[in-house]
Design a protein around this ligand. Sequence first.
Ligand code: PLP
Length: 453
Amino acid sequence: MTSPGTARLKALDSDHHLHPFTDFKALSEEGSRIITAASGVYIQDADGQRMLDGMAGLWCVNLGYGRQELVDAASQQMTQLPYYNTFFKTAHPPAIELAAELCRLAPDHINHVFFTGSGSEANDTMLRMVRRFWALKGKPEKQWIISRENGYHGSTVAGMSLGGMAPMHEQGGPCVPGITHIRQPYWFGEGRDMNREEFGKVCADALEARILELGPDNVAAFLAEPVQGAGGAIMPPDSYWPAVKAVLEKYDILLVIDEVICGFGRLGEWFGSQHYDLKPDLMPIAKGLSSGYLPIGGVLVGDRIAETLVQEGGEFYHGFTYSGHPVCAAVALKTLEIMQRENIVERVRDDLGPYLAKRWATLADHPLVGEARSLGLMGALELVADKATGERFDSSLAVGSMCRDTCFDTGLVMRSVGDTMIISPPLVITHDEIDALVSLARAALDETARQLA
Ligand code: PLP
């Protein structure tokens, strides 16, 4: 039952609030779901419905909801120094301590960080740094950034341009020049006419072909997520990353790994690039850095780039009012402390990830499921019309959205990307909660199948 208070909020929301990634007309007609409270891995809406948050918010609330220590860290810092900037050679203790701690946790060749307010800003920063680096090296013609179709790197103009989401490119005018996209290593979606490992090599060959087309001397960097998140929790074939690395080394092209989702334990290592043994030159970060409690992002900068920027660069004309915001930095610092104290990364790698893999795989027998895959605490289900052939549903049926809405009704937040259902739960989820998540997902699949029948 919707209370008068909730009805009022829904009306105001429809009348005045333009939501991100939302069909405004559909929202104004159907209204929104208003989330009012949360605890652990559960959220609750204004109508009293409790849901297991299988997406950790937007892949970010890694420590779960209701962490009083994070609230206290914010409150103390608010009292001590609510704001100061880090421009023009000023600093404050939280930003300094956080920079040092991040560099201690990052791979050895990374010893600098530039703070931003979000993952999109981190990718904008990265783009400017990459081009500046090559200019300082006397190679200003090295401008091109190669990224991937269906990759996601944010929603600012540069983030959208770096990403490979065609519907985003179609809105809002021309993209930032000097960015090009190659095919993605999405075996289930695009490669099933060959075996997985062959397909991984074909995708890496596409990188080499594009480099040669552009001229290696004109290519600055390759940008990718370790596992594509918003594109559909796409784990590349094992052959992919070693082959990509070899190509980049051959042509002296920088590797940028977008760790906005995969960083901070999601794949069972501090950074997703460590799972695949990559040594990126730059790593955009955000989300899990503060467990989503406050907005903060950054770029972790490898020594090769940092030495050039520091020794040869002079002033870098770039920064944000909230770069290294003291309250956000204090919360991020506390997040990293809790993660280490509770051995979150090791637990995902050794216990929760393998447990989810085992339980998630049981959904593969469902008639709607063409593939069930997971890595660490990220998983996907491919919904298909014909299990034997893997044939997809007609897109006009919007089966993924139907399943997502059914999930909400059954008490699970699972996101849909086309007909791919994805999960990315808080990293503190327990075995019992994983069991509950899998049971709820099965119930939603059953209900979706019933609606389609
Ligand atoms: N990069 C990746 C891989 C992301 O998944 C996202 C957001 O989902 C971003 C960048 C953009 O981050 P933000 O929404 O904080 O700007």
